[in-house]
Design a protein around this ligand. Structure first.
Ligand SMILES: [Zn+2]
Length: 256
């Protein structure tokens, strides 16, 4: 009941969602969830209460990151979340953690191996959670690899207005996505659609949304960065006609 009321409320807000330009950390508050796409699988999320969370930071050497966002000195997140240990998800995690003092939240083995002070290593595992400001960060499964680094994970961010954002991480579609929907009912999905040798094709990403989820917003990610990945055209062909899908370009911001 509460969830459906919140959903109606968020739908109303979505009607007024807008794209903004601005500096990192500037998208904020006033009861809205801010989302800045920084290229590939890197996003900065700002909670309704102003907590900032950096997802899978790959910035300084990311060919898709706009020039003005490559300087890692500008990032002051409250936490850095890493889904697995591959370079295109962690390249700048340690440097940003050292510069900002932010904790790194990841799989137990992965976070524990990070070259940052012990009190910034926040390891966990599927089913576990951390509180970061007004955001509860839940670990969920992902079907991929992470070596070294324990296991790959996805994350569900639960905001204090009841809304949730699911970062799939790198993954193929899997049946337990039904449980992620049952338990967390994601309102916003950051959707792996990278295809190529490593991840699900955009068509399978579409199937995951159609089969398992009922979100208000779906942002495809992790495509077009390297030649082996799905192209912008591939992603548009498979996903753009879905009413919840929003194609974001690196550097774009949105509020929900
Ligand atoms: Zn990746």
């Amino acid at each position: 009941m509460m969830k459906s009321l919140l959903r109606a409320f968020s739908t109303a807000l979505l009607g007024g969602a807008m794209l903004l330009a601005g500096t990192v950390g500037a998208v904020a508050a006033d009861g809205k969830i801010g989302l800045k796409f920084l290229g590939h699988a890197t996003f900065e999320v700002t909670s309704p209460g102003g907590t900032t969370i950096l997802l899978d930071p790959f910035l300084s050497k990311n060919p898709k990151t706009p020039e003005e966002y490559k300087d890692i000195g500008q990032y002051q997140p409250d936490a850095i979340l890493v889904t697995h240990s591959h370079f295109d998800h962690v390249a700048d995690a340690e440097a940003i953690a050292k510069a900002s003092g932010a904790p790194i939240i990841g799989a137990y083995e992965h976070a524990g191996a990070m070259d940052v002070p012990k009190d910034q290593q926040k390891g966990g595992n599927v089913g576990g959670k951390y509180q970061v400001g007004d955001v509860t960060v839940h670990y969920v499964p992902a079907m991929h690899s992470s070596d070294p680094g324990g296991r790959p994970v996805g994350f569900v961010l639960e905001f204090n207005d009841g809304r949730t954002l699911y970062d799939t991480g790198d993954t193929w579609i899997f049946g337990d996505m039904a449980l992620i929907e049952e338990i967390h009912s994601p309102d916003i999905v950051l959707l792996q659609a990278g295809g190529g040798p490593y991840n699900q094709d955009p068509e399978i990403a579409r199937m995951a949304i159609d089969k398992y989820f009922d979100p208000e917003v779906v942002v495809p990610m992790h495509y077009g960065t390297f030649g082996v990945l799905a192209s912008d055209a591939d992603v548009e062909a498979a996903l753009a006609d879905h009413p919840a899908v929003r194609i974001m370009q690196p550097g774009d911001s949105a509020e929900f």
